[in-house]
Design a protein around this ligand. Structure first.
Ligand SMILES: Nc1ncnc2c1ncn2[C@@H]1O[C@H](COP(=O)(O)OP(=O)(O)OP(=O)(O)O)[C@@H](O)[C@H]1O
Length: 574
């Protein structure tokens, strides 16, 4: 309920359109009733010996009424849909912003297909909240009340019948449907989400599924998900039609009752016969406004579910979620990095990825982090980047706690290469993701040459996810992207793991040359090229087990020395 209240807030931001659509909806409803009433009256009058001028006037009124009805119906549709679609666009932006601020920590809990179903399908479902939940009862009540007031001048018995009809078709029957709807429940949203998840996985993993001959199995799962969704859609459709039929049948019964009562009143001289057709026509038209109430419970519940599903993603207070307190802080130049007793456990994991890590990296220093796979190197880098928030302890950049830095400002000031670098469909230049026009084309071409991609031109096409690039080319392009960023903090996670030794050496030389006085932290799985690094941090099982310069660590003959010996042996036997 609270979620729908929030959605109502979004609708109310479009106050002008909402008021205009209700106003024109009311005019359209009233002119429809008036038009049919005039028709009924006209037919009756025409049967009597009525002067021609009265008939001409009546026909003219009917004609004007038709234009008015068409015009106001158009205006009502225009404003109600404008209110709805601009509200949907606001909702999309709102949810996207909330999701973005929670990425990647919270979003990891949701499968991508499910998220897609929520941000596309559930937002879309909310278009019915105004059009089919909020709006119809308002129009129904206002048009009914006005008509009943008018009918009061002719017959109190018909007024009572119409009032009973309003209660029955507008409230009692929809309430009964709502009860039935609650009992049987609807899972159309969940079924759609499940199907979307299966489709996304199928698309993303198509190649692997094909290679490992699992495509058929996955196809069956996809089919099951699709059939379940279709079945639920059919169930919902049948329910919708059944509800509408019951409501329409009840409305027709009331109109029959109006006819019968009117007939009795005419026969007993309590009503002039010329008004009978008018009252029946009014009744028939009037109940068109209560028919939409038949589907009110379906759309109300669907909107409620959709709103709940949306808010369940963005509303949760995450453990370790980053909520900057004072986002105005920034650092100048190359920052120092300090970690004080930092621990981190991934959501839904019991094992600590980092355990009580403390370190200090002076401004302008060059640091390498090494260690076996799974020792927590990438996690450490991600915490410095504020992609996750430490479970315990504090991280400082230039003395400022990273939790208090605005994420955008932090990322703007950092040259990042992660293990998985994403590339977009577009040109090489597009994929350098330049923050401004500070580089000329020649300079960018030089950067490409420096990262050992001399044959690439800025206008070369990159396919989706960089599929037309080799692993090594992707890494070099990611390095070019980091260089083009031009910031004074470098955080690089295995930037050369797919490169041959010669190219790796060139890239490390380039890094030293380009980074100058900047602060650099580089994760390396290889222990070569570390002689020129100021400080090496050795990690194992989420802890720092050693640190020092290359010479110190080699002379200390500890963990690093042993790793180096193993690496040398492997290389000798390779
Ligand atoms: N997204 C995640 N969710 C849950 N656990 C994770 C996640 N990412 C990493 N871990 C766990 O955290 C621990 C540290 O992982 P991390 O990626 O930091 O290691 P690493 O030293 O960078 O390894 P590698 O050299 O293989 O990249 C591992 O036990 C890993 O299973």
């Amino acid at each position: 309920m609270k979620e729908l209240f929030d959605i109502t807030g979004f609708i109310m931001r479009k106050k002008k359109d909402v008021i205009l659509s209700i106003m024109f909806g009311y005019i359209a409803g009233m002119t429809a009733v008036g038009l049919f009433a005039a028709n009924g009256y006209l037919i009756s009058r025409a049967a009597l010996e009525t002067p021609l001028y009265v008939l001409i006037t009546m026909v003219a009124v009917v004609k004007i009424g038709s234009f008015l009805r068409a015009g106001s119906r158009y205006a009502e549709r225009y404003y109600s849909h404008r209110a709805t679609f601009t509200m949907l666009s606001d909702l999309r932006v709102y949810f996207y912003e909330r999701l973005e601020s929670k990425a990647p920590n919270s979003l990891q809990k949701h499968r991508s297909g499910d998220l897609l179903a929520r941000i596309v399908g559930d937002v879309e479902a909310l278009q019915n909240f105004f059009l089919r939940v909020v709006y119809p009862p308002i129009i129904m009540v206002t048009v009914f009340v006005s008509t009943i007031f008018f009918v009061g001048f002719y017959s109190i018995q018909v007024v009572i019948l119409l009032a009973i009809g309003l209660c029955l078709t507008g409230f009692i029957i929809p309430a009964w449907f709502a009860k039935k709807q609650k009992e049987s429940g609807s899972s159309i949203r969940e079924k759609r989400s499940h199907m979307s998840t299966e489709v996304t996985e199928w698309l993303q993993g198509f190649r692997e599924l094909k290679i490992h001959q699992k495509l058929k199995e996955k196809d069956l799962q996809l089919n099951d998900a699709s059939n379940a969704y279709i079945k639920e859609q059919e169930r919902e459709g049948t329910r919708e039609v059944a509800n509408q039929s019951v409501n329409m049948a009840s409305a027709l019964l009331i109109s029959w009752a109006v006819l019968a009562t009117g007939g009795y009143l005419v026969a007993s001289n309590q009503l002039d016969g010329v008004f009978l057709a008018m009252l029946v026509m009014m009744s028939l038209t009037l109940f068109e406004h209560s028919t939409p109430m038949a589907v009110f419970p379906i759309y109300y519940e669907d909107s409620e579910r959709a709103a709940k599903r949306l808010y369940s993603v963005v509303d949760k207070k995450e453990q370790g979620g980053s909520v900057p307190k004072d986002m105005s802080q920034e650092w100048e130049g190359a920052p120092s990095i300090e970690l004080k007793n930092v621990s981190y456990t991934f959501p839904r994991e019991w094992r600590k990825a980092l355990h009580d890590v403390s370190l200090f990296l002076p401004a302008g220093s060059k640091t390498a982090i090494v260690g076996p796979s799974g020792s927590g190197k990438s996690t450490l880098l991600q915490l410095i980047l504020n992609l996750h928030s430490s479970t315990k302890g504090e991280i400082y950049l230039d003395g400022i706690p990273v939790k208090e830095l605005e994420q955008d400002a932090l990322w703007k000031k950092t040259n990042v290469v992660l293990q998985d670098n994403h590339f977009f469909y577009g040109t090489i230049q597009d994929n350098l993701l330049l923050p401004n026009d500070s580089w000329s084309e020649d300079e960018l071409q030089q950067i490409l040459a420096d990262v050992q991609l001399p044959s690439f031109s800025l206008s070369d096409q990159v396919m989706e996810k960089g599929e037309n690039l080799s692993g090594g080319q992707r890494q070099r392009l990611a390095m070019a992207r980091a260089i083009a960023k031009g910031s004074s903090l470098w955080l690089l996670d295995e930037p050369t793991s797919s490169l041959d030794s010669w190219t790796e050496r060139r890239l490390y030389d380039l890094l030293v040359e380009r980074s100058g006085e900047d602060t650099v932290v580089v994760i390396s799985h290889r222990l070569a090229e570390l002689e020129q690094i100021d400080q090496i941090i050795v990690m194992d099982q989420g802890k720092i087990v050693e640190s020092g310069t290359f010479t110190e660590l080699m002379e200390g003959k500890g963990y690093f020395y042993q790793m180096k010996q193993i690496e040398n042996n492997v290389l000798q036997h390779a």
